[in-house]
Design a protein around this ligand. Sequence first.
Ligand SMILES: NC(=O)c1ccc[n+]([C@@H]2O[C@H](COP(=O)([O-])OP(=O)(O)OC[C@H]3O[C@@H](n4cnc5c(N)ncnc54)[C@H](O)[C@@H]3O)[C@@H](O)[C@H]2O)c1
Length: 265
Amino acid sequence: MDWNNKVAIVTGAASGIGAATAREFALGGAIAVIFDVNEAGGQQVAEQLRAEGAKAEFRRVDVSDADLCHATVHQVAEQFGRVDFLVNCAVSFIAKGLDVTTADWERSLGVNVRGYANMVQACFEPMKAVGGGAIVNTASISAHVAQQNRWTYNACKGAIVTMSKCQALDLAPYHIRVNIISPGWIWTPEVAKAANGDRAKWEPIWGRYHMLRRLGEPREVARAALFLCSDDASFITGTELPVDGGYLGLGSEGLGDTSTFAGTA
Ligand SMILES: NC(=O)c1ccc[n+]([C@@H]2O[C@H](COP(=O)([O-])OP(=O)(O)OC[C@H]3O[C@@H](n4cnc5c(N)ncnc54)[C@H](O)[C@@H]3O)[C@@H](O)[C@H]2O)c1
């Protein structure tokens, strides 16, 4: 895929999977525009990419603010003449169950569901103006399974899957494809925090949730997102690509007899 002169907006790109996705776009020749509430982190990602000779910019955007999404996307379209791709990675990791509050719901749904919708709405006109585009919304294996105290996060991820399919249907006449990636456990700052930074201790434990017996890297998810944006995916829309090392394929029997596995963590 020739990404040169294409414009890719990546939300939540100050960190983790979003940062890796912005990096793949920018090093591939696209102009990567980072939308995030973390100004220091977003500027740092953009500066690092520019230092490597790539094109990257940062915009401070809270995706739950529809007006700000629209204004900023339109400013980007004006500045660079186009918007081709949107990858939604921003997330509010509020994991609450019986103790969930109205404020928790508002923040979770506001960022993870409405925020994704705001960005798709904002990118629609600029993508239509250039004859099409591609959008990737990041859900999760959590869209499909029960996890303890995760009413908020898992409900949002389930909503992203279904909403994305509706968006794919509505935007198909404009040659805009919409797909979903659903990562398994990826070694990102949030996961590292849960592990107190001790990957050697926790990877063998959490890795066992995946057929590949390890956690994923942000770059592995980013590469899948770029595939879905590329011309190689020209007949793919309204579908979900798990990037999960086999997490969703595992049943209650788990890994079974692991003594026969020759792979490495
Ligand atoms: N890390 C995993 O194991 C994992 C697994 C499955 C799915 N995911 C999904 O992948 C995506 C990226 O996750 P990650 O682990 O890289 O996250 P991360 O925490 O590393 O990065 C998320 C980014 O979103 C930004 N953000 C938060 N609220 C925002 C808002 N209102 N507006 C704009 N930006 C905002 C944060 O500042 C942060 O930079 C998320 O959708 C997450 O649900 C992650």
